[in-house]
Structures are given as C-alpha cells and as structure tokens.
Design a protein around this ligand. Structure first.
Ligand code: MN
Length: 318
C-alpha cells in the first residue's frame, strides 16, 4: 500500500480502529506511535471522545483511560496541543444543522428523521453541533477517524459508504481512503478470534503477504486461520485426494475454480472445494480477508501448487 497518509494520519486511523475494536493493546501501540510522531494529547483526546458517537460510551471511555495511562507512564511530557474551542453562542440545533449541511455538502433529511425526530435532533445539535464545533481537530481528520471506526464494525456498511463520500467532500483522496480501509481492516484481522499468526511459510505460493495461524493439527483434521492483505491471493492449486473447506470469518475476498467465474466471499460463507479441483482463494483489492482452512483428511493427500493468478486476471475482479 502506497503511503498516501502521513504518519500522524496513520496513527489516528489506527487509534480509531483499535478504539472501535475495543483492543487496548493495539490502541496502546497506535497511541504511542502517534505521540512519537507529533500527534498531540488533545488531538487524540478529541478523536477518542468523538468515538463515542460511532461506537458507544464504553469503547470511548476505555480508550480514553488507555490514553490517560500512557500519558502518565510517559511522564506527562507529551505535547498537549490546542485545547478545543469553547461551545459556540446560540442554539446548538441551528449551528449543528449548518455544520452538518456543510460537512455533507447537502441538507440531510429523510423519512427516517420524520419517523424518529429525536435522532435527527441529537445528530444535529450534539454530534455536528457540540462535537464538530470543537476546532482543535479539523473535519477531514474527524472523517478519517470515523471511516476507520466504521470499517471495523459489522452491519454499518451504509454509514461507512456515506462517510467515505463525506470524507471525499472534506478533502480525503481515493488513495487516502484506501489506506484508511487497509489500516482498519488490518487491525480487525489482527483481532481474529483464532489469532493472526506469523508470515505464511508457504508465502512463495502466494502473491502478496499472508499470515498463517495453525488452529489445530493434532486430531487428523488440520485447521488453519489464514489472513490475506488486500490484493493477496494464493496461486492456482489442487488439493489431491482430500479437498478443503473454507470458513470465511472476516473481510471481503474471492474464490475461483478453473474455467468458472470468481465467487465473492463474505463472513459466514462456506466454500466446499472438492479434491482434484484447480482453484485459488484470496482477498479483494480493498480489504484484508480471513478464512479458516479445513484440510479434509485423505490417505496420501497432497497439495499441488501451480501458476500465480496474474494481475490481469485478478484486476478484472471488483
Ligand atoms: Mn485451496
């Protein structure tokens, strides 16, 4: 992934993703990295406060507590940075609605807000009024953090897509957004329930980086957690005698059998790969991807690795 983001932006995206995941170990690393690369304490504080609107008070409180602890451990020597501006004069509902329109690029309305006017009021007066009026973090950076937070959460695709558009409207480029999604989905992959493991020892049969974590190898049905970085895929290959079962757990990816169209994969998908079938599997271009690979046991079973999936073939996939 090209470095479209600077180190401060990378640290903020990472901190936002780990906050939303509730992973204090990952968050600690991201915060230290950011503080070492001139993100101020108050900028981080602001992002972690804003986090509560997108992932709830508990995740926000835990993240702020981690930040407080790190700042103390480092001897309170980090740059504090600017304090947020005072609450503006006037009615938060009015200036919040103005902020929302400016941020989104158009007035936000719709049936849902007529159905539940309270949520419209809270979004306008509180999120875009109280929070977005605080000027020590700019809106582009706030959107960068929001995209990272939403990208690690399930069931918020429409909000993620909306914020990608809002991010663009506030100056984020396509390359910057791709890098935010890369950072966020990597953080999520590292939090996989069966672990992330090490760089794949079979990496020479893959295009791009992948990670392998043996789940169990002791009882005749070996299972591995396999994580692919965006664009990573394995070579065409054949499982001889025993086939393979893929259980998709995270991200977006692909499975393709020779001579057939590729099949898009999402969490919860199960792929039954028959023995003697030439195929490949891997990540989509814009997402880390994780599946569990179950090796179907068979007498004399083996894997035959063939040619890589060319960029030309792979790039046809959306
Ligand atoms: Mn396979």
């Amino acid at each position: 992934m090209a470095n479209a983001l600077n180190t401060e932006q990378q640290a903020i995206a990472e901190a936002a993703a780990y906050t939303a995941l509730g992973d204090q170990t990952g968050l600690k690393k991201a915060l230290k990295n950011g503080l070492d690369n001139s993100v101020s304490v108050n900028a981080f504080k602001e992002i972690l406060v804003q986090a509560y609107a997108y992932c709830g008070f508990p995740r926000s409180l835990n993240a702020l507590s981690t930040l407080m602890q790190i700042v103390e451990e480092r001897g309170n020597k980090d740059e504090l940075g600017s304090e947020p501006s005072a609450k503006p004069e006037g009615d938060a509902l009015i200036y919040g609605a103005e902020n929302q329109t400016k941020l989104v690029g158009t007035e936000v309305k719709g049936k849902l807000f007529e159905f539940a006017p309270a949520i419209d009021e809270y979004l306008k007066a509180h999120l875009f009024g109280d929070i977005f009026a605080r000027n020590n973090v700019d809106w582009k950076t706030r959107e960068l953090a929001t995209i990272a937070m939403l990208a690690v959460r399930d069931g918020v695709e429409s909000q993620l897509n909306a914020h990608i558009e809002i991010g663009k409207h506030n100056g984020l480029t396509d390359d910057e957004i791709a890098e935010i999604l890369d950072i966020a989905t990597e953080a999520k992959a590292k939090n996989a329930v069966f672990g992330f493991g090490e760089l794949n020892p079979y990496g020479k049969y893959f295009t791009g980086k992948s990670y392998l974590k043996p789940i169990t190898t002791e009882n005749g049905v070996p299972m591995y957690n396999v994580t692919f970085e965006p664009k990573c895929r394995n070579n065409w290959h054949i499982h001889h005698k025993g086939g393979q079962i893929l259980l998709v757990t995270q991200g977006r990816g692909w499975y393709q059998e020779w001579g057939k169209p590729a099949q898009e994969l999402h969490p919860g998908d199960v792929v039954n790969i028959p023995a003697e079938t030439k195929h490949w599997h891997g990540a989509a271009k814009d997402s880390w991807f994780t599946h569990i690979a179950v090796e179907v046991p068979a007498e004399g079973g083996s894997n035959e690795w063939l040619e890589p999936v060319s960029d030309e073939e792979y790039n046809k996939l959306q």
